[in-house]
Design a protein around this ligand. Structure first.
Ligand code: CMC
Length: 428
């Protein structure tokens, strides 16, 4: 069977044969299809990249119809059960699970890079008291990059690994300092005796104790949440990381841009919106009326439902639902849980949602856990960003080393005015 596609241009009657590789044709192969010599050549129009592969990647596999998510071939369910966030980050970044000595070295390096330059506290101080922690996170990542001018040497392997370690290490400190700044508490410094997730909880919640040790079940739950959020192939923020990184800027600047993309309510901001929605609904009894509003298409969405890729239950949502019960054992049940369960029950039976294949996504239950752990809502997208940092960096590195890649530069279909002359203001 020839792996080619035959195209007939009915404008000219000419026929073209283009190769098919991996179920894909190269968009640039269409450029030979011209109406006449002056024609630019055929393009594809794909707003929101609904059917365009922008890269070849060996990092994350998703089968949205079957609800499958794998990092480097390993199912997310196994990683959530057996791995740790730092081990999973290593897997994403390096392609293989680490040996014991590789894991020890990676853990040591991350643990010993968590301290921030003290000057960065002045950046935080410049923010207004009610600044959103995600805005602070984005700015702090960018400010952090200015401390390491050598980070621009992105094609130097050792330098790149150093920056990757630094970024993975310091995002928890940046996030925690942003939180302490928001609540007016003195900064708590990293403690090298603790694991990554424990250390983050230490910097968030430590008060006057000389040594803070979070509840193991809560530290484990956070670690699982970080694993589940670590990568999700070419989503909006990861594509941003790749596009911005394709200009060969340093990884801090690219990561700040990726975090900005994540902040939006249709992406990493959705977990915050879920809690707002559940709070607004107020009680189980109000769920049918809310569902009715969503279906009426009055601009109300069921936040935490639906996904561009998953047309089945998001496998992460299944794990998170389980983790939620484990967390509530320690913290007591989040009162919004009953509303969420009722929403899910009704939505999964309702024709509107069934027909559109709308299922709970990763954000539907994660906010309930964060809230039960006493994180304010504004911190939720920051928690997402911490987990996603390793994925962003893995994808950035893959993009840099991919000989097929160049600076990202989409085309457009120009719909504006044809050429015309400037009119002096008196004649307009
Ligand atoms: N509630 C109600 N209707 C919905 C929802 C929803 N959450 N999501 C999609 N629909 C409807 C939509 O109105 C459309 O209906 P119709 O065909 O009648 O016009 C149909 O389902 C298809 O939706 P779409 O907007 O074409 O789908 P999309 O792939 O462009 O959007 C999405 C995906 C995630 C942006 C969207 O489902 C959504 O806005 N969900 C709520 C926000 C959310 O939970 N986001 C988190 C995503 S997962 C984590 C992450 O990636 O950050």
């Amino acid at each position: 069977m020839p792996e080619t596609l035959t195209i007939t241009d009915n404008r000219t009657g000419k026929t073209y044969e283009v190769p098919i590789k991996d179920g894909t044709i190269r968009a640039t192969d269409l450029r030979q299809i011209k109406f006449d010599e002056l024609d630019f050549g055929l393009m594809t129009y794909d707003p929101a990249f609904m059917n365009t592969a922008a890269c070849r990647s060996s990092i994350t596999f998703i089968d949205g119809d079957r609800g499958i998510l794998e990092y480097r071939g390993i199912p997310i369910e196994q990683l959530a059960e057996k791995s740790t966030y730092l081990e999973t980050a290593y897997l994403l970044l390096n392609g293989e699970l680490p040996t014991q000595s590789q894991l020890d070295e990676w853990t040591f390096n991350v643990t010993h890079h968590t301290i921030l330059n003290e000057k960065l506290k002045l950046v935080l101080d410049a923010f207004r008291y009610n600044a959103h922690p995600m805005g602070k996170f984005i700015s702090m990542i960018s400010a952090l990059g200015t401390m390491y001018p050598e980070a621009k040497n992105i094609f130097d392997y050792d330098n790149r690994q150093k920056q990757i370690q630094r970024i993975v290490a310091k995002v928890i400190t940046i996030a925690a300092f942003g939180y302490r700044h928001m609540v007016g508490m003195p900064y708590a410094y990293p403690d090298n005796d603790l694991s990554y997730s424990e250390n983050f909880l230490n910097m968030i919640f430590k008060t006057t104790e000389t040594k803070y040790k979070p509840h193991p079940a809560l530290a484990k739950a956070l670690d699982v949440l970080l694993i589940l959020h670590a990568d999700h192939e070419q989503n909006c923020s990861t594509s941003t990381m790749r596009v911005v990184g394709s200009s060969h800027v340093d990884p801090y600047s690219a990561l700040a841009a990726a975090a900005a993309a994540l902040y939006g309510p249709l992406h990493g901001g959705a977990n915050e919106e879920v809690i707002r929605m559940l709070t607004e609904i107020g009680s189980k009894d109000n769920v049918p009326a809310f569902i009715k509003k969503v279906k009426a298409g009055e601009g109300v969405k069921l936040m935490g439902f639906g996904h561009r890729v998953y047309k089945n239950y998001d496998p992460r949502a299944k794990i998170i639902k389980q983790v939620a019960y484990e967390v509530f054992e320690v913290t007591g049940k989040n009162p919004l849980l009953d509303i969420a369960l009722e929403l899910e029950r009704i939505a999964l039976e309702d024709e509107y949602f069934v027909k559109r294949k709308l299922y709970p996504n990763v954000d539907f239950y994660s906010g309930l856990i964060y809230q039960a752990m006493k994180f304010p809502m504004d911190m939720f997208p920051v928690l997402f960003a911490i987990g996603r940092t390793s994925g962003w960096l893995a994808q950035w590195q893959e993009m840099l080393l991919d000989a097929d890649q160049k600076i990202s530069r989409p085309r457009q279909i120009f719909t504006g005015s044809p050429r015309r002359d400037y009119k002096p203001i008196s004649q307009r």
